[in-house]
Design a binder for this molecule. Structure first.
Ligand SMILES: Nc1ncnc2c1ncn2[C@@H]1O[C@H](COP(=O)(O)OP(=O)(O)OP(=O)(O)O)[C@@H](O)[C@H]1O
Length: 266
């Protein structure tokens, strides 16, 4: 395991309730993310996904319950989008040196890890959508995060672009041992990239492995029976060691590559 790996949960939310005025947006949400696991939040528009991320990041105060973070937890955050003034000349290398200066070698390493090794000298304004999101990912990687949080980081990317982005997230997780919490609407892609999926609709409707959630009645009600065909096709590829930190904490190794299209009902 990489140095500095936290063995307690990285973050845990307990009985989390968030109200805006008279409206209860989240109620009684329990959530935990451990080192080395990829947890994905799915849910319809307005189901409270971004609010939950904001509460975890400390930007929204819960009206009840609490969020606990591991001591001195380093979080890398990739937002859905970031609007930069297109008339402002700024190279990728300079962008990655804000607000804290990063050496050229660290910038290059972070860009390589984000899958865009050659863009340090490019202007931010000239990047494609996918390159821009990877520059944001590189910026998060520079924090040496123990927890990487991504809120709809692939919005605006086409499906191959989103799939490539998630593969890169899996690589970063494998190389650094960080935990990942992400929000995504790319159900099809996300289902194969996650260890655990949490389906949110103001509260946690269902949670578990992608297979369990894809077959859960609440999930199917929320996303419509129409997703059955798409989900039935997803492929699940694992060949890595990762650690689950349940009460006792144990590690295990997955090494399988199989097609779940045969498992799911048609
Ligand atoms: N600062 C705020 N003040 C009042 N209401 C808010 C605030 N932020 C979010 N809301 C409301 O809370 C609800 C949940 O919003 P949130 O953005 O968390 O949902 P989401 O699941 O991320 O949605 P989407 O998939 O559309 O991004 C919405 O009804 C939204 O209007």
């Amino acid at each position: 395991m990489p140095r500095d790996t936290v063995t307690a949960p990285l973050i845990s939310a307990r009985d989390l309730t968030v109200r805006f005025g008279d409206t209860t947006v989240l109620h009684d949400v329990d959530l935990q993310v451990n080192a080395g696991e990829i947890v994905t939040l799915v849910g319809p528009n307005g189901s409270g996904k971004s609010t939950l991320i904001a509460a975890i990041l400390g930007g929204v105060r819960p009206s009840r319950g609490r969020v606990e973070r591991a001591a001195r937890l380093r979080i890398g955050y990739v937002p859905q989008r970031l609007v930069l003034d297109p008339t402002l000349p700024m190279t990728v290398a300079r962008f990655l040196s804000l607000p804290r200066r990063a050496s050229a070698a660290r910038v290059d390493a972070a860009l390589a890890q984000a899958g865009v090794p050659d863009i340090a000298g490019r202007q931010m304004a000239d990047l494609s959508g996918g390159q821009f999101q990877r520059a944001l990912l590189a910026r998060a990687i520079l924090e040496e995060p123990q927890l990487l949080i991504l809120d709809e980081a692939t919005a605006g990317l086409d499906q191959p672009g989103a799939a490539a982005f998630y593969r890169r997230i899996e690589d970063v997780r494998r190389e650094t041992g960080c935990g990942v919490l992400m929000v995504s609407h790319d159900l099809h892609v996300v289902m194969s990239a996650s260890d655990r999926v949490i389906c949110l609709n103001g509260h946690v409707c269902c949670e578990g492995t992608p297979e369990v959630v894809a077959n859960a009645p609440d999930y199917r009600r929320l996303f419509g029976e129409g997703t059955r065909g798409a989900l039935a096709l997803y492929r699940h590829h694992h060949d890595h060691t990762h650690f689950h930190n349940h009460a006792a904490g144990h590690a295990h190794h997955h090494g399988h590559d199989h097609d779940h299209s045969k498992d799911a009902p048609h």
